[in-house]
Design a protein around this ligand. Structure first.
Ligand code: CAA
Length: 390
């Protein structure tokens, strides 16, 4: 029985800042961002958007299509949790009016937890083939203003329906994973911006890839020649490309830079203009590949590498299913990405510094342009959400 991703939907903020704007403010050559790290724009969440609204907005098309009726497991993966106790997924469960017969929990391991969620969901479906799981990965990437990480911020969420006989991608059973206790990127509870040792984090990302691949290759007997495309975790697009080139080099797999670029390029298109979405990033890459590749990918094997600082890496693979294009939300995603509002530097900095109040007071937030749900205020220490749809 094949198990895997049956539907995949995405949401990001309606606001973005062009990295040229950041470059001008920091007196940096814009080419450092456009070419050096391979990023053009980053999505900036409005003050009435958080990981819950991003997530619920990502999953909303699935709800509208009646895809959530059989879901009995909801896994919410995030690094940007909003509560130390209550799972963010429960707010989403409520906003989407999902059936109460459902297990809901939040998962954390930096940018890796979406993949943990996907693998756990596959285990659940293997035991309950007639049931479905919803895995949501939703994050807001924040680094300090003026820091080297600043140009690699972003935000977004993906909602993945996991089922038997999936219509988009069957996930293959072999996987290689790797854990090591390292401090390359972390965020203590008292901080809203991540701390990162940037160069070291890039080294660990690659080391975890080489180790994960080793186990995957042993179990599957596959070589790089068995893949038609790759999707890597995308903190910035250059990172994914460099990591793939390092792996190919290590395996003495001969290919030109152009050939290597072509294996990843379609998967990088969305991230280049949304920025890092942490746990959602690799899946934004997968959507970008499925939705923008001109070639019909049906029957093609995609190599997937997920990485979360701290750190856990996992290499696994999936095979795209016949007729997959019919079950994508391509037009909706393109429409969202093409119609965002560009922020000036001052607007970006004002939104960055706004911050969710932490003084326990009563707040009503002004309405910005969001998806179908918004974070409308705080009352009695409780976050309040508003549905903008019937
Ligand atoms: N034109 C073209 N290229 C230029 C340029 C110009 N004018 N100026 C600089 N560049 C190039 C540099 O040569 C460099 O390229 P190489 O890496 O190929 O040498 C690239 O632009 C970046 O320049 P720097 O190395 O000087 O950049 P930096 O040190 O200021 O920042 C960074 C880079 C350390 C990655 C920083 O963006 C950062 O800390 N990011 C956050 C951490 C991160 O994303 N880590 C990735 C791995 S961890 C992970 O994946 C988990 C996660 O999601 C966070």
């Amino acid at each position: 029985m094949n198990i895997g991703i049956d539907r995949l939907s995405f949401h990001t903020s309606n606001y973005y800042v062009d990295l040229k704007t950041i470059a001008e403010a920091r007196s940096v050559d814009p080419e450092k961002y456009y070419i050096g790290i391979g990023q053009e724009k980053m999505s900036i969440p409005s003050p009435d958007e958080d990981v819950v609204t991003l997530a619920a907005s990502a999953a909303y098309p699935l709800m509208k299509d009646g895809e959530l009726d059989d879901v009995e497991l909801l896994l919410f993966a995030t690094e940007s949790g909003i509560d130390q106790s209550k799972a963010a997924g429960i707010y989403v469960h409520g906003l989407l009016e999902m059936p109460s017969r459902c297990r809901t929990v939040e998962l954390k391991q930096a940018c890796y937890s979406g993949t943990a969620g996907l693998q756990f969901a596959i285990g659940f479906v293997a035991r309950n083939p007639e049931k479905k799981a919803l895995v949501i990965a939703s994050d807001i990437a924040r680094y300090e203003l003026g820091s080297p990480g600043e140009a690699t911020q972003g935000c977004g969420a993906v909602a993945m329906l996991v089922s038997a006989n999936p219509r988009l991608m069957a996930i293959e059973p072999e996987c290689g994973y790797y854990t090591a206790d390292v401090m390359d990127f972390w965020r203590p509870n008292y901080r809203s911006e991540a701390l990162v040792d940037g160069k070291y984090s890039a080294m660990v990302y690659i080391h975890a890839l080489l180790e994960s691949w080793k186990q995957y290759a042993e179990l599957s007997n596959r070589t790089l020649a068995d893949f038609d495309r790759f999707c890597y975790h995308i903190p910035f697009t250059k990172m994914a490309e460099k990591a793939y080139q390092k792996l190919a080099q290590k395996l003495k797999f001969k290919m030109s830079k152009e050939e290597s670029h072509a294996l990843l390029e379609e998967s990088l298109r969305y991230s280049r203009i949304t920025g890092n979405c942490y746990a959602a990033s690799m899946y934004v890459g997968l959507l970008s590949l499925l939705e923008t590749a001109e070639d019909d990918l049906a029957g093609k094997r995609i190599g997937l590498y997920s990485y979360g600082s701290g750190c856990v890496g996992e290499f696994f693979s999936g095979v795209v299913q016949p007729g997959y294009r019919e079950f994508l939300y391509t037009d909706q995603h393109r429409n969202l990405l093409e119609n965002r509002t560009k922020l000036t530097y001052q607007q970006y900095e004002d939104i960055f510094n706004y911050g969710v109040p932490t003084d326990g007071g009563e707040y009503v937030f002004p309405q910005y342009k969001t998806g179908p749900f918004r974070f409308s205020g705080i009352s009695q220490h409780k976050r309040e959400y508003e549905s903008l749809v019937d």
